[in-house]
Design a protein. Structure first.
Length: 423
């Protein structure tokens, strides 16, 4: 079976090139769809031809409405999901292969050496937007399932191929999967370099608002207790110092074997109303990453939200103005959960053994960001790992590419994992 995949390398590369050529750039609410439906039909035709029971559909918005990851007004219109099931003979475990087909923007376009949708093949790499994040993984998992079916390699359990159109902007695609499918385990072939990632951090999006008091910037001001102006931007500087101390605190906690410490990165700041006025307000947006052990009893970040708010308010209260006018913390839609799969779980040990069997030494690791597997693990109780081609550090860059050798190795490893896990 592995030899068959290796001999069909050119076909696998052409599949990836066809996927990269289709523009599936992620969107904001209200934007029109791009070529998501066309891409799903390409995959559906291939999988049907190999005997899979294929469904393409646009889930109703109500299925995900009100979830912390999903903004108001979101729909799947023009961005369908795909599920293809290869039924087993019975008595075996079901394995889900899940990947997202959406990609991030190609801007700034002038920084690309190769056109981002041309899928240029050069120096043993396929170049282009989505090549590693994660159309390369999608191509490998589809090719693995096709090869098993074409060779007539029977599995006792079902093998499910699932491609979702919503990961980069909302995570709604994986949420639909978690609420409509069941499997004993899942592989999400994000670009792990063929390592087996068993864990990832969750994220939260806080906005901190500091109030000041307006006044003429050219006029000396009275003390604020007497009605004088207060510079909200300067007061935000105290919040930034508090965040720096929190980052130091989290960095000093017991380390995780596969993940970096929790962190809070200030990402955007805005303040002031007029160039000759004391700013009456200042807003700071941040990105928090937190570890699985920091999550609440439901696997989400409510404990981190409380800790963050209490820390910011408490550490700035030594300033009299901020003690009387505490910073306000709001939480934006888009937070996602962390996850962790035990290293002795059968999907972990099977995947590690499979990569070794195909000649690729794999190590255990984790993703410091987030992936759809966390949604499957936390929301549906489906233990999900990552095992995919490429270097995640090239994701979202103008240098994005994936090694052809990784595509082949990933397809082989996933196929062997399916043979052993679903036996």
């Amino acid at each position: 079976m592995c030899d068959e995949i290796a001999h069909a390398e050119d076909e696998l590369v052409e599949l990836l090139r066809a996927l990269v050529a289709l523009d599936t750039t992620t969107h904001a609410v209200g934007d029109p769809p791009r070529q998501e439906a066309e891409l799903q039909e390409v995959l559906a035709e291939r999988l049907r031809s190999r005997g899979a029971d294929v469904r393409i559909w646009e889930p109703e918005p109500e299925l995900v409405a009100g979830h912390p990851m999903v903004p108001d007004g979101f729909t799947f219109a023009g961005r369908p999901q795909l599920t293809a099931r290869f039924p087993g003979s019975g008595g075996g475990r079901t394995l889900l292969l899940n990947g997202h087909i959406d990609v991030v923007s190609v801007e700034p376009l002038e920084r690309w050496e190769h056109p981002p949708f041309a899928a240029v093949v050069a120096d043993g790499l396929v170049h282009g937007r989505g090549a590693c994040d994660m159309k390369g993984g999608v191509a490998s998992m589809v090719f693995a399932a096709e090869t098993l079916a074409r060779l007539g390699i029977g599995l006792a359990g079902d093998l499910i191929v699932n491609t979702v159109s919503e990961e980069e902007s909302t995570g709604a695609g994986g949420l639909v999967t978690a609420r409509t499918l069941w499997a004993d385990a899942a592989i999400v072939p994000e670009p792990s370099g063929l390592d087996v990632w068993v864990t990832c951090r969750g994220s939260l999006l806080p906005t901190i608002i500091v109030d000041g008091r307006a006044g003429h910037a050219g006029i000396p001001q009275r003390p604020w207790e007497q009605g004088g102006a207060v510079n909200a931007i300067e007061k935000m500087g105290l919040v930034l110092k508090a965040i720096a101390r929190l980052r130091e605190h989290w960095a000093g906690l017991p380390s995780h074997p596969y993940l970096s410490p929790g962190d809070c990165v200030p990402t955007m700041v805005s303040g002031g109303e007029w160039i000759v006025s004391y700013p009456a307000s200042c807003r700071l947006d941040c990105h928090i990453e937190y570890l699985p052990e920091q999550a609440d009893e439901h696997g989400w970040g409510s404990r981190v939200e409380r800790e963050f708010t209490d820390w910011i308010v408490g550490k700035t209260a030594s300033d009299p103005w901020l003690a009387a006018h505490p910073p306000r913390v709001e939480w934006l839609v888009g937070g996602v959960p962390p996850s962790e799969v035990p290293i002795d779980h059968p999907i972990v040990t099977t995947a590690l053994g499979a990569t070794l069997a195909v000649g690729r030494e794999s190590t255990l690791g984790g993703l410091d960001n987030w992936h759809d597997g966390a949604t499957l693990t936390v929301e549906a109780g489906i233990p999900a790992i990552c095992l995919g081609p490429g270097d995640v550090r090239l994701a979202h860059t103008a240098e994005e590419s994936v090694p052809i050798a990784d595509l082949v190795g990933c397809a082989q490893a996933i196929a062997v994992t399916a043979m052993r896990f679903c036996a």
